[in-house]
Design a protein around this ligand. Sequence first.
Ligand SMILES: [Zn+2]
Length: 89
Amino acid sequence: MVKPMLRSHSMARKMRTTPGHQSSIIYRRRKPSRAKCALCGAVLGGVPAKRPAKLRRIPKTGKRPDRAYGGRVCHKCLSNSIIEISKEL
Ligand SMILES: [Zn+2]
C-alpha cells in the first residue's frame, strides 16, 4: 500500500513505465484551475493561476483587474450588464 498522503485524490495520478519496463503510478501535484467568469464561465484574463503561497507575494493589483467586478466577471459580461442597466433607467 502507498503512503497515507497519496491515498487521497489531492495528488494527480499517471501511469508511467519505469526504466526496468515495469508500469507504475506516479503522483504529481494537480495544476491550479484558472479563474472563470461568474456569468458566462470564460477564463478570466489578468488573473494568475498560482498557488496560494505564491499569490501571497503578488500585490493585490497583480491578482485581478483593477475595475468594478474585476476578477469575478469578464469584460464582455460587465459591458453587457452596464448597457442593460442603462436601458432600464
Ligand atoms: Zn463572462
